[in-house]
Structure formats: structure tokens, C-alpha cells
Design a protein around this ligand. Structure first.
Ligand code: AHR
Length: 355
């Protein structure tokens, strides 16, 4: 697909696709949901509908209902729980079966999870890859088994696997842009002068790599913006807290914190307060996601701003799969979700709808 056609179909698709909202809890590993009921993994062995791939992508037969797999990377934070619930809610709404697996933050476990979904002969797999490189073989294996894959949220190594060729499409945010927008707000807020600690997401995840790239690129031209430490807190609240505690001891002169997600930002705020700093005054904290605790921290004056990363993929993911069954050429290789931005001007108004 040439660039012009890709852009045209992306615009056409986005105009037709909806991205509704849902929020809630998560499931164990693996689970099947049919019409809203969640239970043990007892999916009937329906046959994969496309047959083996013959050089191109597997096809998806047009059917009234499908059995789909959703390979979740981890379920230890509100963002992931909201994503899983959105997928389950959408399956229930349509009367489809969904098999949810949880890799517990392990790329190796996620590869095995995809194997399980392939063995169960699901019609299609929605995959939220933990890391970019280790999940490439899983994508290729599903393709060889004739099962279409749609990547959600994070992508896989683009030098090895590509949308429209190895998997149907990627649906998710522009992580580079998220890092950039967060940096731009911080530059404005600090007048271009800050001693920054960066709490990175999980190593090897596109969300971490790209959010760093976007932020670093945006502050490059600002001589007064200096990152003095940058380490992974693995997108986890308590790991973010512990890391901040350690880095604060090494860099007591810190004036800003950039966390790759709200969970780590909330953990960092706890550590800053324990260390005698006043977040929002002594140290400006910024992050990404827009979860409820993040928005509440903005309302409380402790978090400066957060760039939204929307986890509610269900409606758009399922619409895309149906579009693929109807007309594969109508689905672009990449579908970028629009993200909002939250700071003191709008956090309170968005609190009620947050996850
Ligand atoms: O890939 C998206 C990131 O993964 C979200 O920002 C984070 O909260 C999640 O674990």
C-alpha cells in the first residue's frame, strides 16, 4: 500500500470508526467471556476461518459471531484493567466469545499465551505486545496458522514485522507525540529550566522507547532542561515510588519528574512527599495516561499535567476486525488514536469519566 493510499484509507476508516468508553476490572489467565459471562478456558474448537497464509495476510471469513483471543501483557494497573474490560464489554455487546490471557509482564509468557490462542483455533487475535522484539515470532506464528492478528496499544519491531503484511493493523496512540506534548507543557511551566528525573516504562516496550524519544527530542533545544537520571520503573506504581526514593537521594536538587505513566507518577509523588519535597511546588511532576488517580493528583495540585493514552480499545478493535472480514483493503496498516491532554484547566471535569 503506497503512502497516499494508506493515509486516505486511514482517514476514511477513522471517520467511520467509533471509540466509545468503558471501565472496570480484569480477568485471570486465560478466561473466556461469552455474552458477558466469564469462566474457565473452555472455548469450543472452532476452526480458524482464514486457512494458512499464502504469502499475504490470513483472511477472515464473514460470520455473525467470532471467537477472538486477547493477549494482555499485564494486569497490575488501572490502564490495563480498563483495556481488558473494554475488550470484554465489546465482546459481550456483540455476543462474541473472547479468550483473555495475561502474560504477567513477561514477554516469554506472552509468546506462550499466543501459542495457546493459536492451539484453541480462535478466529483472530488481539495482541497488546509487552515488548517489541520478543513478540515478533508470535505474530509470525499466528500468520502461519492462518489467524489474523491486530496489535493493540504497543507495536512490534517494525524491521521484522509490518502492518498489512504480517499483521492486519496496529491500533494505538502516537507515543512519541505523547512524550513531546508532555515535554512542551513542562518547558512552558518551568520557563525552560528544570533538573529532571525520568521514570521510564518497561524496557523494550514501544510505549517506553517512544515516550522517551518524544520527550528527549522536545527538550533538546532547551539548554536549561537537563535530565540527570533516567531509569525504568516498569510502569508500576510501587516500583516508581522506590525508584524515586533512590534517585531523590542521589539528586536532591531535582525540580521536575517525567514519569512514563500516571502510576509511576503517583508513586513518585509519594516518595517526594516522604523525602520532604512538595510536589507541584518544589518539584513539577508530569506523566502520561489520564487515569483517575492521575487526574485526582492534578486536582490536588500534586501532578502538573498528563497526556492522555486511551485504553478503551474495544469498540474500535472489534469494528476494525469486522471491516477486515468485509474488505481487507479497507483497513489501513496503522490506526492512530487521538489523545486528549489534562492539566489544572480540565482535570476536575474529566474525573468522573476516568478509569
Ligand atoms: O503501553 C501503554 C502503557 O502501558 C500505559 O501508559 C501504561 O499505564 C501501561 O501499562
Amino acid at each position: 500500500m503506497n503512502h497516499k493510499r494508506l493515509m486516505t484509507s486511514a482517514v476514511a476508516f477513522l471517520m467511520g470508526a467509533s471509540f466509545l468508553t468503558a471501565c472496570g476490572t480484569d480477568t485471570a489467565t486465560p478466561t473466556v467471556t461469552t455474552g458477558g459471562a466469564t469462566g474457565a478456558a473452555t472455548v469450543a474448537a472452532t476452526s480458524a476461518t482464514g486457512g494458512a497464509a499464502t504469502g499475504g495476510l490470513p483472511k477472515l471469513a464473514k460470520k455473525d459471531t467470532y471467537t477472538v483471543g486477547f493477549s494482555q501483557t499485564v494486569s497490575d494497573n488501572p490502564w490495563r484493567l480498563a483495556e481488558t474490560k473494554s475488550m470484554q464489554d465489546e465482546a459481550a455487546k456483540r455476543g462474541w466469545k473472547i479468550v483473555v490471557t495475561d502474560a504477567g509482564g513477561s514477554a516469554a509468557k506472552q509468546v506462550a499465551d499466543v501459542d495457546t490462542l493459536i492451539a484453541q483455533k480462535v478466529d483472530a487475535i488481539f495482541l497488546a505486545p509487552q515488548e517489541e522484539k520478543p513478540l515478533v515470532p508470535a505474530v509470525m506464528k499466528a500468520k502461519a496458522a492462518g489467524i489474523p492478528v491486530i496489535l493493540l496499544d504497543r507495536t512490534v519491531d517494525q524491521t521484522q514485522a509490518q502492518g498489512g503484511r504480517d499483521y492486519v493493523t496496529f491500533i494505538g496512540s502516537d507515543f512519541v507525540e505523547e512524550g513531546k506534548r508532555t515535554a512542551e507543557w513542562l518547558i512552558k511551566k518551568t520557563g525552560g529550566k528544570a533538573t529532571i528525573i525520568e521514570l521510564e516504562g518497561a524496557t523494550g516496550a514501544s510505549a517506553a522507547t517512544d515516550r522517551k524519544t518524544g520527550f528527549d527530542t522536545a527538550i533538546k533545544a532547551e539548554a536549561g532542561m537537563k535530565i540527570v537520571a533516567s531509569q525504568t520503573g516498569e510502569f508500576n506504581r510501587d516500583k516508581g515510588r522506590q525508584l524515586m526514593q533512590t534517585l531523590l537521594t542521589a539528586h536532591p536538587d531535582v525540580t521536575a519528574v517525567y514519569a512514563h505513566n500516571d502510576e509511576m507518577a503517583v508513586g513518585a509523588i509519594t516518595a517526594l512527599e516522604a523525602g520532604g519535597k512538595k510536589p507541584g511546588t518544589d518539584v513539577i511532576v508530569v506523566s502520561v495516561d489520564g487515569e483517575k488517580d492521575g487526574l485526582q493528583a492534578i486536582v490536588d495540585g500534586k501532578l502538573g499535567a498528563t497526556t492522555e493514552c486511551n485504553p478503551r480499545f474495544g469498540p474500535k478493535a472489534f469494528d476494525t476486525l469486522v471491516a477486515y472480514a468485509n474488505n481487507p483493503a479497507s483497513v489501513p496498516a496503522k490506526i492512530i488514536n487521538p489523545d486528549k491532554f489534562y492539566d489544572e484547566t480540565n482535570a476536575k471535569d474529566n474525573l468522573a469519566g476516568a478509569y
